[in-house]
Design a protein around this ligand. Structure first.
Ligand code: AGP
Length: 589
């Protein structure tokens, strides 16, 4: 996934583009580039690495420009593959994937055209240049008609230096007025400012920015009227404050996020409507990716244990290719922090086509998922900058557990309470600081294992993913009872194993797995609310958490695991906020 920006106005474009790209680095940071035009010539500066690499371009002269920060999908991380891409009089930046790029590229090459990069994005520049007959918008429309896949593009043409043309298909794109001029961006934070008037393009829409005018139209050039987006200026802007990394700050925000989530749920009438819809539902399917998928597992466990309602959880990228059975009355619940994850959006579109009613639990208000779903519940995590999801996961759990508690009472069943969970989260963070002594066992380990049973396994899966994605250490989350069926063969002396144990009725069973690992030499670490297990001979070190209803316990037991991943990542010299190869929202398949 990548981030694109554009500007056309009274100010010099370069600083506006560069400042906007800083706000989009969470979308990718393999390479970066801008193109700036002074009306006569167009200058392109592009480098490998983060936005700061093009600070030297800040003084470039020109009032029209486009910029791009890249997460590599097609083509290696090289300067040639960095955007912007040019073909003859056309220069563009692109976010998305051209699925028929190989076919289109070979047609261009048969016409004798040569390519400077291995990217699918450059193919779009060639298509537009080939279609250009004096009207840039026409050329863009005709070129887009040939593309299969997703795109958000901003295009400049040397023959029309005062115009900027954009197009959107399944990758987010915003246009509007701000900063004494007209702006284009993949996301609000790049252009949010007091008084800005922003519009979100829909799939198949185009925009022409010229002078002080923005014209939005469809592929037949029929103008499209739009209401401006509402946005929370502060939400768009975040700063580190006294923290070294956003991830550590965002873990500390978990208690306030849980409190705000509770307050929002208590005042939000659609929450109770949402729960009523769920109670009338015969079949519940949950789809998500990554950390959100782990939220789905926690949701399913609680729905079935508390409400005795069956639910199925699917990895979204699997769901969309398994020809899923969507029976009449099926409710599909999509969980997503960004609301832009391509696999989750595709699964939702498929379920809708098959007749499902779609509900979304999403953090980003103006996201594609929020627009696509029939019913939406927003988590209150605020903007999450670190690529590794932390507070957004806890916020998702607060929402799904609140739904479970509400549904239980609608169905006349007794539900455990989430009362006081915010304060317990605060204590979990304080207790979780103890994992700093565990880091030496993990930082040098060639593999690690996170185990648990039931809900504890859900937390273990999430803890393992956190460690992998920011410390780059191999790790596996595992059902504790499953270890002896094969994976135990991998346990060697000093292999670090984390056991999550928040349920008394199966505690001894989990301790059996702990003993199996310990007797093979593993260093076992415990996350539990039962003090009596902390002193067991098998335990190298433990974190003692406040007690909470076992079915809701991942909301707390994940916190020490988030901290363990963070401190291990820092110990290994990584930037936990921007892990290699990853992006905050994966808008490509
Ligand atoms: C979580 O730490 C990862 N960054 C990743 O697994 C993420 O949860 C996944 O890509 C889903 O993203 P979404 O919640 O925005 O859909």
């Amino acid at each position: 996934m990548c981030g694109i920006v554009g500007y056309l106005g009274k100010r010099q474009a370069a600083p506006v583009l560069i400042d906007g790209l800083y706000q989009l680095e969470y979308r990718g940071y393999d390479s970066v580039g801008i193109a700036v035009s002074d009306g006569k010539k167009l200058k392109i500066i592009k480098k490998i690495g983060r936005v700061k690499e093009i600070e030297t371009a800040r003084d470039e002269i020109g009032r029209v420009g486009i910029g791009h920060t890249r997460w590599a999908t097609h083509g290696d991380v090289t300067v040639e593959n960095a955007h912007p891409h040019t073909c003859r009089n056309i220069t563009l930046v692109h976010n998305g994937i051209v699925e028929n790029a190989a076919k289109l590229k070979s047609e261009c090459e048969k016409r004798g055209e040569r390519f400077a990069s291995d990217t699918d994005s450059e193919v779009i520049a060639h298509l537009i240049a080939a279609e250009y007959q004096g009207d840039l918008l026409d050329a863009v429309i005709r070129a887009c008609n040939q593309i299969v896949g997703s795109y958000a593009i901003a295009v400049l043409c040397e023959d029309e230096p005062a115009r900027l043309v954009c197009a959107r298909m399944r990758s987010p794109l915003i246009v509007g007025r701000a900063k004494d001029g007209l702006v284009v961006a993949s996301d609000i934070p790049a252009v949010a400012e007091e008084g800005a008037v922003l519009y979100s393009l829909k799939d198949g829409e185009f925009a022409v920015l010229e002078g002080e005018k923005i014209v939005i139209c469809n592929a037949s050039r029929a103008e499209v009227r739009k209401e401006p987006m509402e946005f929370d200026l502060e939400e768009g802007r975040v700063d580190l404050g006294p923290y070294r990394h956003f991830m550590r700050k965002e873990i500390d925000q978990i208690p306030i996020v849980l409190r705000q989530s509770r307050e929002e749920i208590e005042r939000n009438f659609c929450f109770s409507d949402f729960c009523k819809v769920l109670c009338q539902t015969e079949y519940i399917q949950i789809v998500a990716c990554g950390t959100a998928y782990h939220s789905g597992l926690c949701f399913q466990a609680a729905l079935e244990r508390v409400c005795r309602i069956p639910a199925e959880v699917f990895i979204a990228s699997e769901y969309r290719y398994m020809d899923p059975i969507v029976r009449r009355g099926t409710l599909l619940i999509a969980i997503s922090q960004s609301g832009e994850t391509a696999d989750t959006l595709a699964a939702v579109r498929l379920a809708k086509r098959k007749g499902a009613h779609v509900a979304a639990i999403v953090n980003v208000k103006y996201s594609s998922l929020a627009r696509l779903a029939d019913t939406v519940l927003f988590t209150q995590a605020g903007r999450e900058v670190a690529v590794a999801a932390t507070k957004s996961f806890n916020a998702q759990l607060m929402v799904v557990y609140s739904i479970v508690a509400a549904m239980a009472s609608i169905r006349g069943k007794k539900s455990p309470s989430l009362r006081g969970i915010e304060g317990k989260a605060l204590r979990a963070i304080a207790a979780g600081e103890g994992v700093r002594s565990w880091v030496p066992y993990f930082a040098g380990a060639k593999s690690s294992y996170f185990i648990g049973r039931g809900e504890d396994m859900c937390a273990a899966l999430e803890g393992s993913l956190k460690l992998k994605e920011i410390s780059y250490l191999p790790s596996e989350g595992y059902a504790a009872g499953e270890l002896k069926h094969g994976t135990l063969a991998l346990i060697e002396p000093y292999t670090p194993v984390v056991a999550v144990l928040m349920r008394r009725d199966i505690a001894e069973k989990t301790m059996n797995a702990v003993h199996e690992a310990y007797s093979r030499g593993a260093s076992v670490f415990l996350v539990t609310c039962f003090e009596e297990y902390c002193g067991r001979k098998e335990i190298t070190a433990s974190v003692l958490l406040p007690k909470c209803p076992p079915v809701f316990s991942p909301i707390l037991s994940v916190i020490p695991l988030q901290l363990l991943a963070y401190y291990t990542s820092v110990a290994r010299g990584n930037n936990p906020d921007k892990p290699r190869n990853l992006a905050k929202s994966v808008t490509v398949e």
